[in-house]
Design a protein around this ligand. Structure first.
Ligand SMILES: [Zn+2]
Length: 323
């Protein structure tokens, strides 16, 4: 494996900038044995615990009021009560009373990381952004859309007026696109290698076009996409983010573009994805845009390889923001 983490001993000799990463054991919804590896959040936190330049902090859960800015009352009630059951389980998780508290914490982690990024320039939430969740239902293992819950909360309390989302999960961020359509203050960019709609792996998604809007754009990565192609797409797409003049960038640093992922038609390895993250951080820093990142998908059978992608995002942060 190509985890290029520096040892805690080597790090302790560097002048350090601290990264605050929000983690809570309660992120893991009680869904039992499932394709979505809920325990990866804990494994990533474990991998960072010894790092002298990372501070793990437990976030508070978001409130029902936070959720209701984004999701319908009927849907929020369904997740809280389990009724109706088909709506409560539309994201493909088995419902239990423990689901609601866990998804309030995951959105809370995203919101806390965003607030921290506005103070520090960069911060992380060791949890997914859940970009397939729509206003009235969940989809694709995503219950509530933590990205939009976060941005709406920050607009509601007057913290910011404009923000952007860069989604580099393997799958197209359909829920986020739907939700930003009515929110011109946000801009969402999805760079994807699997169009998600059919849960299928496409050899070349470039033949399928999403219906982009004024403030949500998508760029497909072609089947077999390598580092050079990915960086060329980023170079083309990132000026759209800059043009929106966001006061905050939320970044979904997905692990499922990794070439061994069962959904991925790309050829990107650990070093390529670390380069992706570094490119994004360099962009944000050069533009003076605070950035908060989340982990997003990753389904490779060996979960350590998924964890490695996420730990490498921290290493990329270190190379751009570290001491
Ligand atoms: Zn995904």
């Amino acid at each position: 494996m190509h985890c290029e983490l520096r040892s805690p001993r080597a790090l302790s000799s560097l002048r350090r900038t601290m990264l605050t990463a929000f983690y809570h054991p309660g992120y893991a919804a009680p869904i039992g044995d499932h394709m979505m590896p809920m325990h990866k959040f804990a494994l990533v936190a474990e991998g960072l615990r010894a790092a002298p330049d990372v501070r793990l902090v437990e976030p508070a859960p978001v409130t029902e009021e936070d959720l209701l800015r984004v999701h319908t009352a009927r849907y929020v009630r369904a997740i809280r009560t389990g009724k109706p059951r088909d709506l409560a389980e539309a994201q493909s998780f088995p419902w239990s009373p423990g689901l609601y508290p866990s998804v309030c914490l995951t959105s809370g982690g995203c919101l806390a990381a965003a607030r921290q990024a506005l103070r520090d320039g960069a911060a992380a939430a060791l949890v997914s952004g859940f970009h397939h969740a729509c206003a009235g239902h969940g989809e694709g293992f995503c219950t509530f859309n933590g990205l939009i819950v976060t941005l709406d909360a920050l607009v509601a309390d007057g913290t910011l007026e404009r923000a952007a989302i860069l989604d580099m999960d393997l799958h197209y961020g359909n829920g986020t696109a739907q939700l930003v359509e009515s929110r011109p203050e946000f801009f969402a960019l999805s760079i994807y290698g699997n169009d998600y709609w059919e849960h299928a792996c496409f050899r070349d998604v470039s033949v399928r076009q999403h219906v982009d809007g004024e403030n949500h754009r998508s760029f497909p990565l072609p089947g077999g996409c390598d580092r050079q192609t990915m960086l060329a797409v980023l170079r083309e797409a990132l000026p759209l983010v800059a043009a929106h003049r966001p006061q905050l960038l939320l970044y979904q640093a997905g692990a499922d573009p990794y070439f061994e992922d069962p959904f991925s038609p790309l050829t990107l390895d650990h070093a390529d994805l670390r380069m992706r993250d570094r490119f994004v951080f360099e962009f944000a820093r050069a533009q003076g845009i605070p950035i908060a990142w989340v982990l997003a998908g990753g389904y490779t059978e060996d979960v350590e390889k998924v964890v490695c992608v996420h730990l490498n995002t921290v290493e990329a942060w270190r190379s751009v923001y570290g001491g």
